[in-house]
Design a protein around this ligand. Structure first.
Ligand code: HEM
Length: 481
């Protein structure tokens, strides 16, 4: 259609030749993290594909991604206007909407400070160093009991089904000041169906790029709209209850602190960013949504890896047995977590970005409003960066005598994005995964259900899940060697 004028001195982006109407959809296929990694070998760190009629720039390679997201951070901090994103949080999502830079920045700051203050609050007893530690320890201990009970009654359990409730309870505690029973149907209906959400918002979903597909009946799109509606209704009900019982002198949780912010803002004549109350309080939808799906996926994968590598499970247990407290230095556990993030790369792409102005990268011209995919999976499996990248080997993150974490190696792994859009829950996520896993490994030995081979093939999505399956676990006795 239109050929953009390329400024002098810059080159046109390389990439595969698109077909009319569908573009490169066929080559991208069902597993874009694999197909786009293969294309990066042919076309380099910066190349262009076309999904439907829309050009998409794909970035790979650690140096190139750092250049784009850190050194040229402002140029690439936008979000594209994608069809599926309009349904998330009623189009008012902090993470997915096309908010102008000023509004997005103000909301991100608010979200970050609310999250930080409600995770670092003091615990209710000196046993816990902070509120996050208290929530996680209690939920993890409850999860151990729950898995043990299910083992006694059913003989096996679906790991994701139980982990997701425990993780949702941690973020519910911080956002809404409440927790739910493991059999609460309202919560279960909401959190157990998150697979379809991730499949629709994943990078490269054709319906986001080929307008005609938006008018065809699609079961996954219908489910997606219904999940978003249910999710919004669930949060809205709790938010309304908070408005009714709000007391400025007793800010109970993140929802209260956001309501309080709206009240203060009305009195502040100097406030320069115009935002509706809905946009402020709506931040809690993003925190709750991002806070349970990502961490439950990480933990569920962790349990799969424990089962797949029993010798690693034993080594983790032995490391933990040496210490009486779980917040001690546990380098092998930390290395194991980093290796799960790297090897599974369960967030294979960041949320799509968008160029906020005409710009260039590695000598190629990228026009304003171009959709940009960041291939984290490629960085985590790049043979230039990692020795034998396809093997699962936590020791790669330890120093040579295995006693300390190699911080520099850890920093090469990319699963939280980088720069201006970097995940705001990263610190919470790392601490939460660490503590949940420490308590699980210390109390239970996980193993496969005889006759059920372990299937570690990821199903593509914003967060990639393993197939639902059944596992077994046995309680460890306190004086086990
Ligand atoms: C954004 C990863 C946990 C809140 C992101 C992004 C990634 C990510 C890759 C997109 C970055 C980009 O677009 O460049 C993860 C992983 C997690 C995790 C792997 C767990 C292991 C959490 C938690 C919260 C959270 C626990 C909050 C409670 C957010 C928010 C954004 C975000 C609000 C949007 C930021 C923005 O668009 O400015 N995360 N995340 N995440 N994450 Fe996380």
């Amino acid at each position: 259609f239109f050929r953009t004028e390329i400024p002098e001195g810059l080159c046109q982006l390389p990439g595969p030749k698109p077909l009319p109407i569908i573009g490169n959809v066929l080559e991208v296929g069902r597993n874009p993290y694999l197909s786009l990694t293969a294309m990066s070998k042919r076309y380099g760190d910066v190349f262009q594909i076309q999904i439907g009629m829309r050009p998409v720039v794909v970035l790979s390679g650690s140096e190139t991604v750092r250049q784009a997201l850190i050194k040229q951070g402002d140029d690439f901090a936008g979000r594209p206007d994608l069809y599926s994103f309009r349904f998330i949080n009623d189009g008012k999502s902090l993470a997915f909407s096309t908010d102008q830079a000023g509004v997005w920045r103000a909301r991100r700051k608010l979200a970050y400070s609310a999250l930080r203050s409600f995770s670092t609050l003091e615990g209710t007893t000196p046993e816990y160093s902070c509120a996050l530690e208290e929530h996680v320890s209690k939920e993890a201990e409850y999860l151990v009991k729950q898995l043990n009970t299910v083992m006694e009654t059913d003989g096996s359990f679906d790991p994701f089904r139980h982990i997701v409730v425990s993780v949702a309870n941690v973020i519910c505690g911080m956002c809404f000041g409440r927790r739910y029973d493991h059999n609460n149907q309202e919560l279960l209906n909401l959190v157990n169906l998150s697979d379809e959400f991730g499949q629709v918002v994943a990078s490269g979903n054709p319906a986001d790029f080929i307008p005609i597909l938006q008018y065809l009946p699609s079961t996954s799109m219908k489910k997606f709209v219904s999940i978003n509606d249910r999710f919004n209704a669930f949060v809205q009900k709790i938010v309304s209850e908070h408005y009714t019982t709000f007391d400025k002198d007793n800010i109970r949780d993140i929802t209260d602190s956001l309501i309080d912010h709206c009240e203060d803002r009305k009195l502040d004549e100097n406030s320069n960013v115009q935002m509706s109350d809905e946009k402020v309080v709506g931040i809690v939808n993003d925190l709750f949504g991002a806070g349970f799906d990502t961490i439950s996926t990480a933990l569920s994968w962790s349990v799969m890896y424990l089962v797949a590598y029993p010798e690693i499970q034993e080594r983790l247990y032995q490391e933990m047995s040496k210490y009486s407290t779980l917040t001690a230095n546990l380098p092998f556990l930390e290395a194991f977590i980093l290796e799960i993030f790297r090897h599974s790369s369960f967030l294979p792409f960041t949320i799509p970005h968008c160029s906020s102005k005409d710009t260039s990268l590695n000598g190629y011209f990228i026009p304003k409003d171009t959709c940009v995919f960041i291939n984290q999976w490629q960085i985590n499996h790049d043979p230039e960066l990692w020795k034998d990248p396809s093997s699962f080997n936590p020791d790669r993150f330890l120093n040579t005598d295995g006693t300390e974490l190699n911080k520099l190696e850890g920093e090469k792994m990319m699963v939280f994005g980088l720069g201006k859009r970097r995940c705001i829950g990263e610190v919470i996520a790392r601490n939460e995964v660490f503590l949940f896993l420490a308590i699980l490994v210390q109390n239970l030995r996980f193993h496969a259900k005889p006759g059920e081979p372990l299937d570690m093939t990821p199903e593509y999505g914003l967060t990639m899940k393993h197939k639902r399956c059944h596992l077994r676990a046995a309680m460890r006795s306190r004086n086990e060697e």
